[in-house]
Write a protein that binds this ligand. Structure first.
Ligand SMILES: Cc1cc2nc3c(=O)[nH]c(=O)nc-3n(C[C@H](O)[C@H](O)[C@H](O)COP(=O)(O)O)c2cc1C
Length: 500
């Protein structure tokens, strides 16, 4: 039996030399863990001597405690009568006045008529740190800008007089019908965006018939998220055809990697989307500023930036003021790993983060069922190519991939018409990230539903104006991609080793 400890005693341990925190009514001595914490020491020190349960739950399931804290960190159960003696956490720094929305008023959800409108609404309500997390990108933001700009650099070549009274936007992903050819991209740590986190996002998607890819770095467990899907399907009882896929950050430890895959399989996720563009975390500049400010606020000077190279990815870790979660993704992953993964996972495998034609071809050779052309929303490699640019490369250098694999794109997609462009060029479906995250932050499930509606309406109108009634009619000649093609990479004449 663990011993009982007073709140007053816990409160005394609030320094770098002796740091205790309370999680789920138990006190833990995390002093030795400070330097290892994937989210950095400042966030723990800010909560030292306090009950940090609610703060912790925003980012991780409580089960993480067993995975990451050493067994001897447990000091004991906190006497419930002494909770009042704990320290109160330091107030989070408010967003700089210049960066907040003028009014802090959230517009009525029906005033969100474009997917880009949700950002302003979210910025007005989210804590500064959460907004930085959602909006952040790599280095000076050029990859994110390129993603957004490239959609606008392809134009349509519409046909007229085609009887477009009724249009059908349905699409199948690995045989699973969705009402739409877009899905919600995996984004970690939704607890920082909405108190109900991923289940709130899933409920909105189910209500509208959109598929969701769930992140390994979710705030809730894979089981909890799947349960929210099951409950919502049962509640609606309308045979809504959505499914959940699972985005997989491969744990470094092979045993843990296999155990995680088994949980995912048991839960009923319909496909494994292995993220491959994150051997290390990209440089999230806005997070770095936040980290430095937080560290200075608790008296710690910024550690060497080289430390940031150290580990896997949680995608929220930097905004928490530190390094990515160790053990969540291995920089040592190679193509050969697909062989043992395939033995464990019978369903479809998608590689998320393919960024050139050579790797698209390799994915096909290694027997993947799909590839997601993505630069992680411009959050990883500085000036990485947009998904559209990669798609054009594939069309030019290895078009056979298009017939063999399901092809997905994401990054910067903000309009239903962009979806159409991708489909004309051979995509199966596209992922949408930040707009759904902002919609969730500002309006919860209602926002998610609204975001689906906005994109769907644009898509339907786009189909009619393009002269098609079903997505099967999308053809490459319906778009003019010559501006992007002019800039597409061409092999050097001497590049004899190219695998193309
Ligand atoms: C806040 C945030 C968190 C993300 N977390 C993950 C993640 O946990 N795993 C992953 O594979 N991709 C993650 N991504 C990348 C998205 O899956 C997707 O590739 C990207 O958001 C698409 O770009 P968009 O936001 O411009 O639509 C994240 C993106 C954002 C914005």
């Amino acid at each position: 039996m663990s011993k009982t400890v007073d709140g007053a005693e816990v409160a005394k341990h609030s320094t770098k030399k002796s740091c205790w925190i309370v999680l789920d009514s138990k006190a833990y001595d995390v002093t030795s863990f400070l330097s290892d914490h994937p989210g950095g020491a400042p966030i723990i020190l800010r909560n030292a001597g306090t009950d940090a349960t609610e703060e912790f739950k925003k980012y991780h399931p409580l089960s993480y405690l067993n995975d990451y804290l050493p067994a001897d960190a447990l000091v004991g159960s906190v006497d419930p009568n002494t909770f009042g003696q704990l320290r109160q956490p330091k107030e989070e720094k408010a967003a700089p006045a210049s960066e907040t929305d003028d009014s802090k008023e959230v517009p009525h959800v029906s005033l969100c008529v474009a997917a880009t409108d949700f950002e302003k609404a979210a910025k007005a309500v989210l804590p500064h740190k959460s907004y930085i997390y959602a909006s952040g990108s790599a280095n000076n933001g050029l990859a994110l800008k390129g993603n957004i700009d490239d959609w606008g650099r392809i134009s349509f070549r519409p046909r007229v007089m085609r009887n477009v009274g009724d249009v059908d936007t349905q699409r199948k992903i690995f045989g699973h019908s969705s009402m739409y050819p877009f899905y919600i991209s995996p984004m970690g740590t939704m607890g920082a965006i909405h108190p109900e986190a991923e289940p709130e996002m899933v409920r909105g998607a189910v209500r509208k018939g959109a598929h969701v890819v769930v992140s390994t770095a979710s705030s809730k467990t894979s089981e909890q998220i799947m349960q929210s899907w099951i409950d919502e399907q049962a509640r609606l009882n309308n045979g809504s055809p959505t499914v959940l896929f699972y985005q997989y950050y491969m744990p470094v430890d092979r045993k843990k990697a296999i155990a995680l895959m088994r949980i995912v399989k048991k839960c009923g996720y319909k496909g494994l989307w292995i993220t491959v563009d994150t051997p290390v975390l990209g440089k999230r500049t806005a997070d770095r500023y936040l980290q430095a400010e937080e560290a200075l606020a608790v008296g710690i000077e910024e550690e060497s930036t080289a430390e940031w190279e150290a580990g896997g990815d949680n995608d929220f870790a930097p905004a928490m003021g530190g390094r990515p979660v160790q053990g969540q993704l291995s920089p040592h992953t190679t193509w050969e790993d697909l062989e043992w993964i395939r033995k464990e996972w019978e369903g479809p495998i998608v590689l998320k983060g393919v960024q050139c034609a050579e790797d698209a071809k390799l994915a096909m050779e290694y027997g993947c069922e799909g590839i997601l052309l993505s630069n992680h929303g411009g959050r990883q490699l500085h000036t990485a190519p947009s998904a559209l640019m990669t798609l054009l490369e594939i069309r030019t250098y290895c078009p056979e991939v298009l017939g063999k694999l399901e092809i997905f794109l994401d990054g910067g997609l903000r309009d239903g018409n962009d979806v159409l462009k991708a489909l004309c060029l051979g995509a199966t479906a596209v992922g949408v990230g930040r707009p759904f995250l902002y919609a969730l932050g500002a309006y919860g499930t209602k926002g998610v539903e609204r975001c689906v509606d906005v994109l769907a309406e644009e898509l339907q109108t786009g189909m009619r104006l393009l002269g098609i009634t079903s997505l099967d009619q999308c053809r490459p000649e319906m778009v003019n991609a010559s501006r992007l093609l002019n800039e597409m990479w061409r092999p050097e004449p001497l590049n004899v080793k190219s695998r193309l």
